[in-house]
Design a protein around this ligand. Structure first.
Ligand code: ZN
Length: 242
């Protein structure tokens, strides 16, 4: 069975649309949170996700748009985008966001937006930040989002931790380690210096996760963001992947 993992869409319809054929080929789509916030097409992205058979979880930006997370946790630009999103998102789409659970458990893995210790706030970007979550893992494999940086962190047989950032096309054999945490990177606002949308595919028979990057026309997204009056820093960063 092939799962496709998409995280941090952030209302970026152009990036999302580029994944169309990859999404169609997968047996199951897993969405790892942050459907809205930052980007100019929250309604369109929610409506598109609704048409797909997905299993998804909620992210901190989704929760903030729902009014269920304090705004002062976010940067000024992120707050402006959350307020803008609240003004444009329609009630049916808000209801969809509200239905997204905090965590997901399947036979093969668990999924959470941030970390198991703090599902909506904590970032796992380095080994020290992963330790608490490894202790809370009940399954050998956990998928996360939130940092928009593709990475793998694993616990070795002797209990020590190791990991690295994932490059386009890189394959991770999850059967090599007792516990593995994988972030497939961000679709709608990559932050590892590569502006291409990031996602991953996990093959449950081979126990292999493969990272993928795909180009999209971020200039269209940037222009929409400028026209919507969203903070310039948010549209400019799409060109740098930071
Ligand atoms: Zn995010």
């Amino acid at each position: 069975m092939q799962y496709i993992f998409i995280a941090d869409l952030h209302a970026n319809l152009e990036a999302f649309n580029q994944l169309r054929s990859a999404l169609a080929e997968a047996d199951q789509i897993i969405f790892l949170g942050d459907l809205v916030g930052y980007g100019p097409n929250p309604n369109e992205c929610i409506e598109r996700l609704k048409t797909l058979k997905i299993q998804g979880i909620v992210g901190n930006h989704d929760q903030a748009v729902l009014g269920e997370m304090e705004l002062n946790w976010f940067t000024e630009a992120a707050q402006a985008a959350i307020l803008w999103t609240q003004a444009v998102v329609n009630p049916d789409n808000l209801t969809y966001l509200k239905m997204l659970p905090l965590m997901l458990e399947t036979l093969d893995f668990s999924a959470v937006h941030g970390s198991l210790r703090d599902p909506l706030r904590e970032y796992i970007t380095q080994l020290s930040e992963a330790a608490a979550t490894f202790n809370l893992m009940t399954k050998p494999l956990l998928f996360i989002g939130h940092s928009h940086v593709p990475l793998v962190i694993y616990q070795t047989v002797d209990g020590s931790l190791d990991g690295h950032l994932l490059a386009d096309g890189e394959v991770v054999d999850t059967s090599l380690h007792p516990k593995v945490i994988i972030n497939p990177g961000g679709v709608g606002q990559p932050r590892d210096g590569d502006p291409r949308a990031s996602y991953g595919i996990y093959d449950t028979d081979l126990h292999q996760f493969t990272l993928h990057r795909i180009d999209y026309d971020f200039k269209i997204t940037q222009e929409k963001m400028r026209r919507a009056g969203l903070p310039l820093i948010l549209s400019e960063r799409l060109a740098y992947g930071r």
